[in-house]
Design a binder for this molecule. Structure first.
Ligand code: ADP
Ligand code: GN1
Ligand code: MG
Length: 363
């Protein structure tokens, strides 16, 4: 990371009302670098992020998308007469040149207001999951009238399972880090489920499933809650783009309804928490049922399995490739993540019937 002096020079490129004095690393993201900025009044006031432009290669498109999404949501909140709007949608600050990001010759940077008096979690209880479900359903609902083409695909084929499997097969073929032998069993487990996990792409080709605007990274920690556990704001908007609807239920089940951590060393910790699944689904259905088709509703539990499978494939692909995509904290980290995700997938499979049964209420 850059020195404080350089970070302050970067911040000086933006239109800030208060004088920043320090920027400290914040959050647990695997892709971008997030920093919390404190000002001379002692207040933590801004969030500074370095965008990973090796992954988000079209930074113009990325920041235009975020601008489109935040202004659209702000208008909707204004129309509803919502109080405290600045805590309910992210506010990005322009550079002194009027741009949505700053390029320092090496990295791309953006700044938004830190939402005051908020909390975020890596784990949630059922009550917060219900609130999170409502929030993501409402998020999709507010964006459902964006005209086609309003948002670009910031990472093409981001949640396309066929494409992820293609990348997995390419990694196996190249075996760049010489790790294939040690992961053979996991590879076989993935292959045996491959066809069953590409239903969405098949339905899309057959014209029975359409694309919608999704958040595509509905991890638990991408929601900010207020002091009383009510949802304030959906954050981390890099991947908001057209895709299949299961993404946004799937990734929450993958992260929120896991009794262990995403990279848990102890696989016995990892299982699906059915109470969290039910609470999230109930909240989500409250705000999303008006626009979901019966086919989509029926597939929601499959969404949990799909996104967990997809993440297993993505972590293992990165391990086979020699850790070129996700930030890792030790050499085996991507393998450890793969094993924990696979254990969660097995638990979701064991509960599939029960989860499907839970959806009957809405069908
Ligand atoms: P990453 O790509 O690193 O996941 P996020 O945008 O999710 O980046 O930010 C990381 C963490 O920083 C979040 O989980 C949240 O706790 C905190 N955070 C991000 N933006 C804000 C904000 N505007 N106000 C308050 N906290 C924030
Ligand atoms: C990445 O940036 P972060 O940590 O919120 C990844 C997601 C994965 C997630 C796994 C752009 O999200 O797709 O689901 O890690 N984001 C990108 O934890 O690849
Ligand atoms: Mg995040």
């Amino acid at each position: 990371m850059k020195t404080q002096e350089l970070l302050l020079a970067i911040l000086d490129q933006f239109c800030l009302s208060d004088k920043p004095i320090s920027a400290e690393p914040f959050g647990n993201g695997h892709i971008n670098d997030t920093l919390k900025v404190t000002t001379d009044t002692g207040e933590a006031k801004y969030i500074l992020q370095r965008i990973n432009h090796h992954i988000f290669t079209n930074v113009d498109m990325l920041q235009n998308n975020i601008h489109t999404v935040t202004t659209h949501i702000r208008k909707k909140l204004e129309a509803k007469g919502e109080p405290d709007i600045d805590r309910k949608v992210l506010t990005f600050l322009p550079t002194k040149e009027g741009k949505l990001y700053y390029f320092d010759g090496d990295s791309y940077w953006r700044v938004c207001l830190l939402i005051p008096r908020c909390q975020s979690f890596e784990e949630v209880n059922p009550e917060f999951s219900y609130e999170a479900g409502k929030a993501f359903g409402e998020f999709q609902s507010m964006l459902s009238d964006l005209p086609e083409g309003a948002l670009g695909e910031t990472i093409p084929n981001f949640h396309n399972m066929e494409f992820r499997l293609q990348q997995f097969h390419d990694a196996i073929e190249a075996n760049a880090a010489g790790r294939l032998e040690e992961v053979k069993e996991l590879v076989d487990e993935i292959e045996s489920r491959a066809k069953a996990m590409c239903i969405q792409e098949e339905m899309y080709r057959a014209g029975t499933l359409k694309k919608r605007t999704n958040h595509c990274d509905t991890k638990v920690n991408n929601i900010l809650f207020d002091e009383d556990g009510k949802v304030l704001c959906v954050i981390d908007l890099d991947t908001v783009m057209p895709g299949f609807v299961l993404s946004d239920i799937g990734d929450f089940i993958r992260t929120g309804a896991n009794t262990g951590a995403e990279d848990d060393e102890n696989l016995d910790n990892v299982n699906v928490n059915m109470e969290i699944f039910q609470a999230y689904t109930r909240g989500y259905m409250e705000t999303a049922k008006s626009f979901l088709t019966p086919a989509e509703i029926q597939l929601l539990p499959y969404g949990g399995r799909l996104l967990t499978y997809m993440q297993t494939v993505r972590f293992l692909t990165d391990y086979i490739n020699g850790d070129t995509y996700y930030k890792i904290h030790h050499p085996e980290h991507n393998l450890q993540r793969t094993k924990a995700q696979f254990k969660l997938l097995q638990s979701l499979e064991a509960h599939a019937e029960e989860m499907d049964g839970f959806m009957k209420e809405w069908l």
